[in-house]
Design a protein around this ligand. Structure first.
Ligand SMILES: [Zn+2]
Length: 255
């Protein structure tokens, strides 16, 4: 394994050397958002950066400091949640991307840890790809299949993982000291019929902030989930690199 070039540890001459060889960048995008009583507010950024680190390790890529804030509007009714607008997130990603273009980074891999970020990420990716920086955006690929295999509890909604067994297990693997299992409790809220079809604060129908059952989570399950996500991510990065090898990216190629 090549090992990441972690910007929190290296200096500019190290980056210059990597650029000389040709390098891609990996950037995690998280959120500052409630995750029940047993997980910290930085959970999404912690998980995304942990996954991004392993992807960057596998690629020998430049690991950027994470974007810790995201669009967490629908959790704002819980104290501690601090959301930025989708326009702000998109602008932040495009600004970072412009810097990467100036440095001649070959491509950018975005590792998203929070559902609400998907739209601004996809739009920023489209802009940057059009400007000559190919962007691959990942949302924990293969997670649904892995969760079925590895986890014991049912998710609260299909593909909906929030402060549940999945996220708690991944936190136990990455930052066990930040998890308080003595406060972990299950909640399976009843989703309003129009959920997903109108803007809605989650606190209207959820009291604890947990969606599902975090109690069966273990660090071992978290390791298995992360390993599966990283493997699926590296396969996508490989396909992405092959697709961009040897031909210029044009607007028509952007998604
Ligand atoms: Zn989360």
């Amino acid at each position: 394994m090549a090992g990441a070039i972690d910007m929190s540890r290296v200096s500019w001459p190290d980056v210059a050397e990597a650029l000389e060889r040709g390098v891609i960048a990996v950037l995690a995008v998280g959120a500052v958002e409630q995750h029940g009583a047993h997980l910290p507010l930085t959970t999404d950024a912690d998980l995304a950066h942990g996954v991004a680190r392993r992807i960057a390790d596998g690629l020998g890529a430049l690991l950027l400091p994470p974007v810790a804030y995201g669009d967490a509007w629908n959790n704002e009714a819980f104290p501690g949640t601090l959301s930025i607008s989708p326009e702000t997130l998109r602008a932040v990603l495009e600004d970072i991307g412009r810097g990467l273009i100036r440095m001649n980074v070959e491509a950018l891999v975005l590792v998203n840890g929070h559902f609400g970020n998907r739209e601004p990420i996809a739009l920023a990716a489209r802009t940057l790809t059009g400007q000559g920086l190919p962007v691959l955006h990942l949302d924990y690929p293969r997670l649904e299949a892995l969760a079925v295999q590895i986890c014991e509890s049912e998710p609260a909604g299909s593909g909906f993982y929030h402060a549940d067994e999945v996220e708690t297990a991944m936190m136990l693997a990455l930052r066990p000291q930040a998890v308080d299992m003595s406060r972990a409790a299950a909640e399976y809220p009843e989703f309003p019929v129009t959920f997903g079809h109108e803007p809605m604060q989650l606190r209207e129908f959820n009291t604890t902030g947990v969606f599902g059952d975090p109690r069966p989570a273990t660090a071992g399950k978290g390791e298995a989930l992360i390993a599966g996500i990283v493997e699926a991510s590296l396969q996508l990065v490989e396909a992405f690199r092959l697709r961009h090898k040897g031909h210029e990216v044009t607007d028509g190629n952007a998604q």
